[in-house]
Design a protein around this ligand. Structure first.
Ligand SMILES: *[C@@H]1O[C@H](CO)[C@@H](O)[C@H](O)[C@H]1NC(C)=O
Ligand SMILES: [Zn+2]
Length: 493
């Protein structure tokens, strides 16, 4: 019997806290040992991967992924199943995803929503996975189910300040935050002012301005900044952590930064869309712009991107997720083109299914820019997501004996010729990528999930099997602010 199941030698190991030349030994699905390069020579393993100097990092954790959701927002259905979405993930170096278990307004039990989502995911995933509860109707009986959620290993939920079918009023948000505080649940908030943007949309429609590009006009940065500031206020009143999802606007980021400086437990997420796309991408000929319709919309330009990069570099953003939310472009029934009619040959932007695919391109695009220190890159794409959502150090780290053997091995720098992203080379279930033609300089060469090589780019490609991915029961966040001893007290105001 050999001593290890797998060894990855000659890599430059990068974690959120450390960079060094180590060989990694794996046994029974766990990281067993990190030893200085060369020191494992002569030790047996069933399989050895020579990283040839390439980076070896903890597998990516993508904490914002929409798969197989019912049409909650109007027309449109997620193009990726658990199978195709998680397959796409491993080909881009992501080994854990947290998707959403969506409660539509008519559902009166969260546990049944959870059970249904389990059925979709079970035996279908190439990555390990968990769910955030997506909450649209916080009745008292629903709020009473929060302790049951925790028993089921769910410690986070998401709410919306926009979208008619999902939008909560401020008093409802306070109800949710208070209940979440009691059970140490982290609340994710989609912060856009739904009333303003609906009103703006009506104004545009009255003037006949309905093509895809007006999606951006209808939701200017102010709409996001106001809602972000309001979400921070609501969190401060209840004294409980929130994570603002997919922040696109530097001015919203500034509010977040100021709140953090005041010591509030405000966490924030951004996505590649807000580093690489601009509103010009919505203004392509014909209906093409619909491919990049997501909310918040891509912003004005370079300066906005710079503000978001700065926030990633300086710690304002806790995580960088994909917000993978795929709709087929050439699908007149359930995809982007479902809004096209004889009367509206360029559709009406208010009904375009909102979202873009990006689960596979997240890590390579951002690493290729070389704008983040390597450890910072690992922190925002893996480690912090694991910490924030109660998966650390099982995920997001390479701690011997503690961490699952989830790794991504990159090509040695300079080995790959630069090339351009092409949708035909991706593995998702969508007929386009918003990042078509963008230059990348590196790509995951191997992806390892719990000790098993699931992606080998130069070999057969996908080696993993659906069903190897397991459900992860999550505990409380290990980032600050989540567990409160004292009860909330209205008299302290
Ligand atoms: C950090 O980034 C945020 C968000 O972009 C920005 O508002 C803030 O000024 C930056 N702080 C420093 C010290 O650079
Ligand atoms: Zn989302």
């Amino acid at each position: 019997m050999s001593s290890y199941d797998l060894m990855i030698i000659n890599g430059l190991v990068v974690t959120a806290s450390d960079i060094g030349h180590y060989d990694v030994a794996i046994k029974n699905e766990k990281i067993a040992l990190l030893a200085p390069t060369g020191s494992l020579a002569g030790i047996e393993a069933d399989k050895v991967i020579d990283a040839e100097g390439g980076y070896v990092m903890p597998g990516g954790v993508d904490a914002h992924v929409h798969l197989e959701e019912p049409p909650l927002f109007g027309k449109g259905r997620s193009a990726d199943t658990y199978e195709t979405g998680t397959r796409s993930a491993i080909c881009g170096g992501t080994t854990t995803v947290i998707t959403f278990a969506p409660q539509s307004k008519d559902r009166t039990s969260l546990l049944s929503v959870l059970e249904e989502t389990h059925k979709k995911a079970e035996n279908n995933c190439y990555t390990d996975y968990s769910f955030h509860l997506l909450l649209s109707n916080p009745t008292p009986s629903i709020l009473n189910e929060f302790p049951n959620l925790r028993n089921e290993g769910i410690s986070s939920l998401k709410i919306y300040m926009t979208y008619e079918a999902l939008q909560l009023r401020d008093n409802q948000i306070l109800d949710v935050l208070l209940a979440a505080r009691k059970d140490s649940i982290t609340t994710m908030i989609h912060a856009e002012n739904g009333d303003i943007l609906s009103w703006m949309t009506d104004q545009l429609e009255q003037r006949g301005l309905v093509e895809p590009k007006y999606h951006a006009t209808s939701r200017p940065q102010l709409v996001e900044t106001e809602a972000t500031n309001r979400a921070i206020t609501l969190s401060e009143i209840i004294d409980t952590p929130i994570l603002i999802v997919h922040v696109s606007s530097p001015s919203a980021a500034t509010h977040i930064r100021n709140a953090q400086t005041r010591g509030l437990p405000i966490y924030a997420e951004t996505c590649p869309q807000y580093l690489f796309l601009t509103r010009d991408d919505l203004d392509k000929p014909g209906f093409e712009g619909a491919k990049c319709v997501c909310s918040p919309p891509p912003r004005e330009g370079k300066e906005d991107h710079e503000g978001i990069w700065l926030g990633l570099q300086n710690g304002t953003f806790t995580v960088l997720s994909s917000d993978h939310c795929p709709f087929v472009y050439e699908d007149a029934e359930l995809g982007k083109k479902s809004v096209i009619s004889a009367e509206f040959p360029l559709g009406r932007f208010r009904y375009i299914p909102n979202g873009c695919p990006g689960i596979e391109t997240r890590l390579p695009l951002v690493l290729s820019e070389a704008r983040l220190e390597l450890s910072k890159f690992v922190e925002v794409t893996s480690t912090n997501a694991a910490k924030l959502y109660g998966l650390y150090p099982r995920k997001g780290a390479l701690l011997p004996g503690l961490s699952d053997a989830d790794l991504v091995v990159w090509y040695p720098p300079g080995r790959l010729e630069e090339w351009r992203v092409r949708n035909e080379e991706l593995h998702h279930g969508v007929d386009y990528t918003p990042f078509e033609g963008r230059v990348v300089r590196n790509w995951p060469r191997y992806t390892v999930l719990r000790g098993k090589v699931v992606w080998e780019r130069d070999g057969v490609g996908v080696l993993g099997e659906k069903g190897w991915g397991r459900f992860l029961r999550r505990g409380v966040s290990s980032l600050g602010g989540g567990s409160k001893k004292e009860a909330w007290d209205v008299e302290r105001f």
